[in-house]
Design a protein around this ligand. Structure first.
Ligand code: IMP
Length: 454
């Protein structure tokens, strides 16, 4: 039977450049599906001179393909409709005819975002903040796990009175959370006004803040009720929808958000996001059980990380700053600068095992242009002993000393990969045991050098 489905998955800490590959692949598929993450993701796509940043919508909508949001996504309706409205203004058709949302998807709203903020505030005081995107991901996933989450189906079925009761329960929980860690409304206000790059997040929830009661629960409720009516026609059973599409031999593209090392189970816990971003997440995050024959692992030619947490190959010197500047390494959601470092074989082997890619695509190979020497962490030692697998704790990861190999750099890539670049890619694919089928050398769709047939 011909190959039907494809996965695009990030092999590092997110921001690998999956958006460009998903965008190219979307043209060859009928349906594009998001299975994890939420509005914390930011996929930048440059198409016909236009730069689009998508947070929640699967990027297939740029091609007019059917877009699906699976149950594994944590869905903020306010962000979703901002994105839908923006795309409609740009002339793209977006309606229940081409967008399907799982009725089992958990809803994110302002309470979750304020809870996220309060968690970060407390952890900052205690010296172990995660540096989240303040999109409410952690609290939404937490409430999902304690079975107090609000799914789209619940939102659609509950009466106004039931919904208000739910919000009031959440309000009490939030106030108790603040009291237990001695956070007063002024602390929240100060945090929202902090002049850092996350301010653009906090300003969106500011209108829901109330100086005496912390949050104006009526405003949250009204917004939810309004969005409920807009969401209603999009809600479907995604497991049924995708399984039927598979049986009708439609081609489905699964679009990963974040990256392997931010996966809640397989990432650098606790400095991770809260969904399963890896291959396994496709199954739990959509309710399908058919094979995905082609799995594209996307990796950047160097490593980046946003937020806090151990980063064994981080470059805090001028090369790190150079990569940051040349690679325009700024978070698409929060605008924060990304930390930069060399490629890391041990972390990548972990990503290869977890996702079992059938091919790799190397992104931003051109950013390395001009470097005399390129380093690649072959292996790790901890306390002088070899560490063969990727450590499970941040405590261990912080003690890692990478063992590097050195590779000759190159000046420019025009049209073809120069011999040193080709040799470097060969080195990576041998280490990974997986072919690199193409290398991206610029942000436009056509700036992709094919190496061998996928
Ligand atoms: P959260 O997902 O907002 O809870 O953030 C948890 C961690 O994941 C933080 O270190 C974030 O910077 C990181 N993170 C979340 N989404 C992305 C992304 O799309 N790209 C890169 N890092 C992300």
């Amino acid at each position: 039977m011909k190959q039907q489905h494809t996965l695009v998955v990030g092999m590092q800490w997110g921001d690998e450049g999956k958006g460009k590959i998903t965008d190219i692949e979307a043209a060859r598929h009928d349906i594009v599906v998001r299975y994890g993450g939420g509005a914390n993701a930011g996929h930048t796509i440059v198409t016909d001179g236009e730069r689009c940043v998508m947070h929640l919508l699967p990027s297939g909508i740029l091609y007019g393909k059917t877009a699906v949001i699976g149950n594994g996504v944590l869905l903020n309706p306010r962000s979703l409709f901002e994105e839908i409205d923006d795309n409609q203004r740009r002339g793209r058709e977006l309606s229940p005819n081409n967008l399907v949302i799982s009725e089992r998807t958990h809803i994110v709203h302002e309470y979750h975002q304020f809870m996220d903020l309060a968690d970060e505030l407390r952890k900052e005081r205690e010296g172990h903040a995660v540096g989240t995107t303040l999109q409410g991901m952690g609290p939404t996933a937490g409430l999902k796990a304690v079975r107090e989450g609000l799914r789209l189906a619940d939102l659609l079925e509950e009466s106004d009175a039931e919904l208000e009761e739910r919000i009031l329960r959440l309000h009490q929980r939030f106030v108790a959370q603040l009291e237990s860690c001695k956070i007063i409304p002024e602390d929240i206000e100060q945090y929202m006004d902090k002049n850092d790059s996350r301010k653009r997040m906090t300003q969106k929830i500011r209108p829901f803040f109330d100086k005496t009661t912390y949050i104006d629960h009526k405003k949250v409720l009204d917004a939810l009720k309004q969005n409920r009516e807009r969401l209603r026609p999009y809600a479907r059973d995604v497991s049924v929808f995708l399984t039927e599409a598979h049986e009708q031999e439609q081609r489905i593209l699964f679009e990963g958000a974040q990256g392997t090392l931010l996966d809640i189970d397989h990432g650098t816990y606790p400095d991770v996001s809260v969904t399963n971003t890896t291959f396994g997440g496709v199954y739990t995050g959509t309710g399908i059980a058919f094979p995905i024959e082609r799995r594209i692992g996307v990796l950047k030619a160097y490593t980046t990380r946003v937020g806090n947490g151990a980063f064994p190959t981080e470059l805090t010197d001028e090369i790190g700053r150079w990569l940051q500047e040349k690679g325009n390494e700024k978070g698409a959601t929060t605008g924060r600068l990304r930390r930069c470092g060399w490629l890391d074989n041990v972390a990548l082997q972990h990503a290869v095992r977890v996702n079992n890619p059938t091919e790799l695509v190397l992104i931003k190979a051109d950013v390395l242009n001009g470097l005399k020497n390129i380093r690649f962490a072959e292996s790790y030692t901890i306390d002088g002993q070899p560490q063969l697998t990727f450590p499970a704790t941040e405590r261990k990861l912080r003690r890692v000393v990478p063992v590097y190999s050195d590779h000759l750099g190159w000046e420019a890539i025009d049209g073809n990969l120069p011999a040193p670049a080709e040799a470097y890619l060969r080195h990576i694919e041998l280490a990974m045991g997986c072919p690199i089928t193409s290398a991206s050398v610029g942000e436009k769709r056509d700036q992709l050098l094919q190496r061998r047939a996928a």
